[in-house]
Design a protein around this ligand. Structure first.
Ligand code: PLP
Length: 447
């Protein structure tokens, strides 16, 4: 019997702690609001007609008052309701892992840590905000929530949260993914949601788009317009957005706050913190508590947002006021944008196909508090495969953008012969994205 040495000979790094978990009591009790610490105030959203700062009443048609207050909140710390923490406890605190097998494969002196948000029932970070959004709506008396979804990650997260609070959930799903990724739709149905492919015959705006182009593949902007119209026209219905807005970024900060405790358990501090960025919420989640350390304590941590080259709002967009949707129904937001009419190509990281970047993330980028990089799709899947084959976990195509950047940082560390501590957010698992992996492995994927 020499099983143990045999394992060692296979190259498994022994004696290194690779998993850092926290007890349930360490689920954060407060969210962190970066708006309180920005050295320059965040430009407010504007009413599209008057171009004056939007008022609570302007948004009351689509959001309940308690959520609008969170959206406009300038308090540094916001208490997490007990009912929300109780549901967070189903999967939080999520584990932090050290990717020793990946480090070894890369022959890098860097230490690579990742926060695993794929542990939630929906398989991504999105329930971190879906749950409080459903909770605040329940408190406000909302009976029905409408929303849009791209790849289906957000729709399934909201469906789950609505089911837990007894709210009806209606989802407009971008048509290409409705057709190509049926499992997400079935997950939404399993959690009781009604799902329409967008553009749909169900709204005036959907019918207008279909009249112009019956084969429209849909886009996130179109689906948002449909969900907002549905909300405005249906009694007791509010609308919910899974990214971009300030309150969404706020809810996601549980990620970074937990990371700080877990990195302390590991006895290290990150030199670089990385997250993929579509609308910006999971990036905000891991980054904002670390940005606070830069602003308040003068830390030099590099913080990097990673986008797809085909929909790169930070690195290729411009900073200006723009609409959040195609039909121009939302308030104007100051953000890096490719323009609200931009229809991105059908890349496989569906969750990153949004024309704009969260105003808070945009502001942090403008102030030089964060960096951004963009990668082509093939480089992303190459990194995803290497990660799956060393660490086991199959990352979502969106998350694989962060994996790519982490690997490149580790390679740079090897070339410079320097130790470096890298932390990235693995925003979700890719077990529902296997058709994309299939396309990659079959050589059918373009850039
Ligand atoms: C939706 C999604 C994203 C992108 O959304 P952000 O708001 O930018 O975080 C990233 N990763 C996964 C797994 C997603 O589901």
């Amino acid at each position: 019997m020499r099983a143990f040495p045999a394992v060692k000979e296979m190259g498994t790094p022994m004696g290194i702690t690779t998993r850092f978990t926290l007890p349930q009591a360490d689920i954060p009790t407060q969210w962190y609001n970066l708006a309180a610490d920005f050295p320059e105030p965040l430009p407010p959203p504007l009413h599209p007609g008057t171009r004056q700062p939007a008022k609570l009443e302007d948004m009351a048609a689509i959001f309940p008052e308690n959520i609008i207050q969170l959206e406009m909140c300038s308090e540094r710390w916001v208490d997490i309701p007990e009912e929300v923490r109780d549901i967070y406890a189903l999967w939080r605190p999520t584990p932090l892992l050290r990717a020793v097998r990946l480090e070894k494969a890369l022959q890098t002196p860097a230490h690579i840590y990742y926060k695993y948000e794929g542990a939630s029932p929906a398989g991504s970070h999105k329930p971190n905000t879906a749950v409080p959004q459903a909770y605040y709506n329940k408190l406000a008396g909302t009976k029905r929530l409408s929303t849009e979804t791209g790849a289906g990650q957000w729709g399934s997260s909201l469906a789950l949260a609505c089911k837990m609070f007894g709210i009806e959930c209606v989802v407009y799903q971008v048509k290409v993914t409705y057709q190509h990724k049926p499992y997400r739709k079935l997950l939404m149905n399993t959690w009781g949601a009604t799902v329409y492919p967008s553009p749909s015959e169900h709204t005036e705006y959907g019918r207008k788009v279909l009249a112009q182009d019956p084969d429209s593949p849909g886009s996130l902007g179109i689906a948002i317009s449909e969900a907002i119209e549905d909300c405005i026209k249906t009694p007791n219905t509010k609308y919910s957005l899974g990214s971009v807005l300030n309150h969404v970024c706020l809810h996601q900060t549980v990620i970074g706050l937990e990371c700080m405790k877990q990195m302390a358990l590991a006895g290290e501090e990150p030199d670089v913190v990385i997250g993929c960025a579509g609308g910006g919420s999971n990036f905000a989640g891991i980054a904002f508590p670390y940005i606070r350390e830069k602003i308040v304590n003068g830390k030099k941590t590099r913080i990097v947002a990673v986008e797809p080259a085909s929909c790169a709002s930070l690195t290729r967009g411009e900073l200006r006021y723009d609409f959040g949707d195609t039909a121009e129904m939302t308030p104007l937001m100051m953000m890096y944008t490719l323009g609200h009419k931009f229809i991105p190509p059908s890349i496989h990281a569906g969750g990153l196909r949004y024309h704009g970047m969260a105003p808070m993330v945009s502001h942090a980028y403008k102030l030089g508090l964060v960096e951004a990089v963009a990668y082509d799709q093939l480089k992303i899947f190459e990194a995803a495969m290497q990660f799956a084959q060393t660490e086991g976990m199959v990352p979502a195509p969106e998350s694989s953008h962060a994996v790519r950047a982490a690997i490149d940082e580790a390679i740079k560390a090897r070339e410079e012969g320097k130790k470096k501590v890298i932390l990235f957010n693995l925003s979700g698992h890719g077990l529902m994205d296997m058709p994309s992996y299939d396309a990659y492995m079959a050589g059918k994927l373009g850039n």
